[in-house]
Structures are given as structure tokens and as C-alpha cells.
Design a protein. Sequence first.
Length: 286
Amino acid sequence: MALQTPTCRAEAPRSDGPAPLTALPAYPVDRVDPFSPETPSPGPAAPVEGYANGYAMGGMGQASGSVRGSKPFSTVAVGVKAGVTGVGFDIATPLARKFNLRAGGTFLGYTLNVKEDGIPVAAHLLLRTGTVGVDYFPFGGGFHISPSFTFYNGNHINGTATVPGGNVITLNGQDYTSDPTNPLHGDFSMVFGRRTAPGVTIGWGNMIPRSGRHFSVPFEMGFEYVGDPQVVINLSGNACQNGGCGPVNSDPSFQANEAKEQQLLNDDIKPLRFFPVISLGFAVRF
């Protein structure tokens, strides 16, 4: 016996009863029956759009955190240091992920008493430098190579010499006795090369850690090529030799030996053309 499918039919509204039933929408013909054995098993659920976006944003935040401080001039660090060139400071800012721009200065004043070839010298050492350079971190860690340029080299020594009467000094292998009536005296100076100089250092420690840390302990060592340092000696007074005494300023032999002694000293200090740079510091990133 054939079954007949019942159908719903809209009726005319009646004013004295409840709202009439309306026809149900037709079931979509392309809807898959979930109870059909031919229905394929569902795949993994697609992520909720808000959750997916939040996850992506979190990932981006982590990625940017690992290279935090890479944007040019986005932050700054200030440090203090002490080393061969004195005590000083550095200021650094990022240029790229593996590059920092750094500038700083050092200073030191020190008085010392030395004796050179029997000549007592009261000397004042004055160190003044201003430097700018780039820190390159080839491996992305703390190790860096730093070419630099010293735009101000004010390192020098000034001193005075007084040879008590009766004391003997040696110039270019020749002995002279200071005359008690007018003892030998004079000036001594040493300039550490040119006012400007290129340089390079290697070191460990990044003043602007890309990990986001705020503190670092930079260490570096290298040199500045300042050129040949120069010593100048200028003595006056009377010197005695072979039983005779006289003013050294008018003695050609004394003047020649003084110039030769000055040249010998300059030859001895030529290695200082590569002026050493060694420092240890502490830096804070803001």
C-alpha cells in the first residue's frame, strides 16, 4: 500500500483565534544527512577566527620580542667605563638588528715623577679622547667588532726637569754635570700622535641587548692608530764637561747630543702609534 506524504497548508487567518501556522521552509536538497552511512567523517574543526587572530598576534609579539631594540634609534643606552685611556662614558642606539651606533669619551689626569737618563722629571699625564663608532654583532650575541674614529685625541704629557748641581746626566752617551751656580733645568713634553685617528676593537657585551634586558657589562680591547708620538726636550742652564762649564744653549755639542737623545726616545716609543684600548664598563638600557 503506498504511503502518502502529508503536506502543510496555510489557512486563512481567523480574527478570533491564535496566529496561524506558516509553511516550514523546504529542507535544502544539498544538505548532507548526518545519519547517512555515505556521509564522510568530519575533518578537524577550523579555528575560531578570533582565537586564530589572537594566536597570530601572540606569535608576532614573540618574534618582535626576540629582536627587540632593532628598529633604528628606537631606544638608547648609557654606560660608564674604565680602562687604559681613563674613565669615561658611552651612549649607544640601534641601527639594525646586528648594528649599534656608539659614541663616547674618556678622561684622566695623573701626576708622576720619573727619571730618564739621570734627568728627574715631574710630569703630568692628561688623557682626553672623543670617539664614535659602530658595533657589529656578526653572530647576533654579545661578541662584536667595532671600527671607530677618534675625532679628538688630546692625550699628552707635560713635565718640568731640574737637575740639582753636581748631578750627572747622559745625553747620547755623553755625560754632563749640572753646574751648581746655574743648574740644568728645562721642559719635557710628549704628544700621543695626531688629533684624529681610526681604530678598531673587539669585545663582548651588547649595550642594547636584543633580548630586552636592561643591563649589560661591555668589555673591549683593541687599538687606535694615532701615528708616531713625539717627545720634545728643551734644557737650559749650565753644564760642566772636561773641567769647563758653560751655558748649554750656546754649546753646539750639547745641542746635537740633546737632539740625538730626543730622537732615541722617539724611536723607543714608536710602538705607541698603535695606542692600546682596553676597557670594562656597565651600561643601562632605557
